[in-house]
Design a protein around this ligand. Structure first.
Ligand SMILES: [Ca+2]
Ligand SMILES: [Ca+2]
Length: 266
């Protein structure tokens, strides 16, 4: 009896984990070459661009680098551009992760932005800045960053890390780029004709019309599952425990996502 219970618990855990998939992962493993498919744009035209580098301390670190100083001050405007990433067949939430650092804690003020193109991997295409910062001394070590890129779901994108608008520091280091998405939609995805959820915004109870689903999982914008309920015909879903904010509700038929909708909790 106990064994059976344990098995049931394990099955439940594996189902909730399967709702998050790694769509894209780049550890910049090579010590000498940028990964295949990644490209440089040298917008300032000084021939200094992003390159692969490494450092062996306690462990071997591998990453991409752009310099704002190399024996003399540089004025970088260097884009490191990802391969094309296909977000057409995924469902939100989609979250972009990366780690960032600087080469010298006494000269840390490197500035960069993360920019997403839905057209071409060119300066003209990168007019969508989704994140920017100027690093500080504590960025000498690896710093984890993440942003929600769910608004790009349904499109093909290029992502650029643009090192710019700074000079005479040392270097900017990038590693561990990753995108997590909700379940990648299977090609035999059930169609949800006339499926409707209401009210939206919702306060306490969410009503469903024509849901061909038997389970709802609600995710926050970081892709963490917050609430899970069985769907019972003609019964509303109680969401009163959610804090006010924006969420994604994924509807499952058994283990398969059949629809994901954005909901606002008031
Ligand atoms: Ca340059
Ligand atoms: Ca690495």
């Amino acid at each position: 009896m106990k064994k059976l219970l344990l098995f049931t618990l394990l099955a439940a855990v594996s189902i909730s984990l399967s709702a998050q998939e790694v769509l894209f992962n780049e550890p910049f493993d090579s010590q000498t070459e940028l990964p295949a498919g990644w490209t440089n744009i040298d917008a300032d035209g000084d021939t200094y661009v992003w390159y692969a580098d490494w450092y062996e301390g306690d462990v071997l670190e591998t990453y991409a680098v752009s310099e704002s100083w190399n024996e003399d001050p540089l004025t970088p405007d260097n884009y490191l551009v990802s391969p094309q990433i296909d977000l057409r067949n995924v469902t939100a939430p989609a979250v972009l992760y990366w780690t960032i650092g600087v080469g010298d804690e006494e000269w840390p003020a490197e500035k960069y932005q993360v920019n997403i193109s839905t057209t071409t991997p060119s300066v003209e295409g990168f007019n969508n800045s989704v994140f920017e910062e100027i690093l500080e001394a504590d960025a000498y070590y690896w710093n984890k960053r993440q942003i929600d890129i769910s608004s790009f779901v349904g499109q093909q994108i290029y992502i650029a890390w643009r090192h710019y608008d700074c000079t005479d520091n040392y270097k900017l280091l990038l590693d561990s780029v990753r995108i997590d998405v909700a379940d990648i939609v299977k090609t035999n995805d059930l169609t949800q004709d006339n499926f409707r959820i209401y009210p939206n915004p919702v306060v306490n109870e969410l009503y469903l019309n024509n849901a061909k689903a038997n389970r709802i999982v609600i995710y926050n914008l970081l892709g963490e599952s917050i609430l899970e309920r069985q769907i019972i015909t003609n019964k509303p879903i109680n969401v009163s425990s959610l804090k006010k904010g924006v969420y994604f509700a994924s509807f499952y038929m058994n283990d398969q996502i059949v629809s994901t909708r954005k909901i606002v909790k008031r």
